[in-house]
Design a protein around this ligand. Structure first.
Ligand code: ADP
Ligand code: ASP
Ligand code: MG
Length: 471
């Protein structure tokens, strides 16, 4: 393994950090601050806020044959991108970018017309449509950096982020990515430029566009950080860092100052949207510290994610919530858990690429929780060939994460007495021993999270949590 490039910092800006011209200016100021400290930023940007959702809606409309609806979404997006560039850029820079935006929307419109004519949206074409979000935002941000004297240089992420062809959730090929980054991005850094690339998107070795799954720009940042052996990875978002719970659910949420890789990965996996679950691994493998920071409040220290978290007086660091889950109860009426039965059940989920979040078993039944998705009727139909099956939607998983619950007794008593009025459907204490999770009705989420937050974060350890935010 080559030595870390201590000065190289990968800075990822999420959708809200590039949502309009003002946000892009704030982003440029943050990057300038890093350069002035002698650091070498490599910048990864998301699509402008809400653009990915709108592109997906346009693709879906085209797939249903609704050409006019698809083109009208695209027209609104074209206007928003051009307007942003116009507010941000002057002279030649604007003329050039405007031409490039128009050209890209012309080809997006052709693509949408093609999908509408066939009346079918394949995962491969879906990725192509949705890739426009990051392809456009990264060009505008690179031009803004050029104008602001930051030597912005646009890099097409599809030339660096090499993936397999699992469209919609492509798997990155790390060795090929590292080679491409060293060949294409590193020389720009060495010339004193600020490379800017879109997150979330990649391409197969044949050059076909892919995406890494929703929220995937964080993952791109980690891949770029890992591939270039960066000194740090910074995830710039719209909150002060990783908080004790989603601040949208609980206004009392506090910033967590430091958290371990293991805890952050668990939180991300169990629904804390602030980080994509795959983000942590490339950073862990190369021991690169990851920071979560607020682009609207750049002076805040954010959250530092490191290999080891200092000991904490509170058992938990944060509470994650994952909604829109379904519980499937499989009752083995006939086979009574015979040999090979569990395997047969899980193979059904595997065949439909359906990830299971939680499992609990009794002598005759298995309950699993899965993300609600459109394949569930087919999965249930297959399971019904071997058992009685019951499906219940609108469930939520609450996951309490903390390394300091390891080996402590009495914690689950406190958890369940805090939510004693709420009906708990399934319980699991993770094998990793750093999480305690349970399923409830979606409609009980707010009450449960607020009660748990009050129970465990009423007297927070100031070494770990930002208690000053309470003043
Ligand atoms: P970005 O567009 O920058 O990637 P996201 O919307 O993906 O931002 O993630 C940031 C959001 O994650 C926050 O606005 C917050 O509502 C949500 N969130 C959920 N859980 C947490 C948590 N534990 N700490 C901080 N934010 C959280
Ligand atoms: N734009 C993509 C999304 O909204 C990726 C990201 O922002 O991380 O899912
Ligand atoms: Mg995100």
């Amino acid at each position: 393994m080559s030595a870390a490039r201590a000065k190289l910092v990968v800075m990822k800006f999420g959708g809200t950090s590039v949502e309009d011209a003002a946000a892009m200016r704030r982003t440029a100021a943050i990057v300038r601050g890093r350069r002035e400290r002698g650091l070498e930023p490599v910048v990864v940007v998301s699509a402008m806020a809400k653009v990915t959702d709108l592109l997906l809606a346009a693709a879906a409309a085209a797939g249903r044959g609704h050409k006019a609806e698809a083109l009208s979404i695209s027209a609104r997006l074209r206007h928003r991108h051009i307007e942003t560039a116009e507010k941000l850029l002057c002279g030649e820079l604007f003329i050039e970018i405007e031409k490039s935006i128009q050209k890209r929307f012309d080809s997006l419109d052709d693509l949408l017309r093609g999908i509408a004519a066939v009346g079918e949206l394949t995962p491969r074409t879906g990725d192509k449509v949705v890739s426009y979000g990051e392809r456009l935002s990264s060009r505008i941000v690179a031009a803004a950096f050029a104008q602001e004297g930051l030597n912005g240089a646009h890099v097409d992420a599809r030339k660096c982020i090499v993936t397999d062809d699992h469209y919609g959730k492509a798997v990155p090929q790390e060795a090929a990515i590292e080679r491409a980054l060293i060949a294409q991005v590193l020389p720009l850094v060495e010339e004193g430029k600020t490379p800017v690339m879109g997150g979330f998107i990649g391409a197969t070795t044949e050059g076909i566009t892919t995406t890494l799954g929703r929220g995937g720009s964080d993952f791109t940042a980690a891949l770029v950080g890992g591939g270039l052996h960066a000194g740090a990875i910074e995830i710039w978002t719209d909150v002060n860092g990783i908080m004790t719970t989603d601040p949208r659910i609980c206004g009392d949420a506090l910033r967590v100052k430091t958290i371990s890789f293991e805890e952050a990965a668990e939180l991300a996996y169990f629904g804390a949207k602030v980080l994509h679950p795959a983000t942590i691994l490339p950073a862990v493998q190369k021991s690169i510290p990851v920071w979560v920071l607020n682009s609207r409040n750049a002076a805040n220290e954010g959250t530092k994610i490191t290999a080891m978290a200092p000991p904490c007086a509170s058992p938990f660091k944060s509470i994650a919530v994952k909604k829109r889950l379904t519980i499937i109860d499989v009752v083995a009426s006939r086979m009574l858990m015979s040999h090979g039965y569990l395997k047969a059940v899980f193979e059904v989920f595997d065949r439909y690429h359906c990830a299971i979040d939680m499992v609990s078993t009794s002598e005759v039944s298995i309950s699993v929780t899965v993300d609600s998705n459109e394949r569930l009727p087919e999965i249930c139909a297959e399971l019904e060939k071997m058992a009685d099956v019951k499906m219940e939607g609108a469930k939520a998983l609450i996951c309490m994460v903390g390394e300091d619950i390891r080996g402590q007794s009495g914690i689950s008593g406190r958890v369940f007495s805090a939510i004693r009025h709420i009906n708990v459907r399934m319980i699991s204490q993770g094998a990793s021993e750093i999480n305690m999770s349970f399923m409830i009705e979606e409609s009980d989420v707010e009450e449960a999270v607020r009660s748990l937050h009050a129970e465990f974060f009423a007297d927070p350890d100031p070494a770990i949590f930002d208690v000053e935010a309470w003043d």
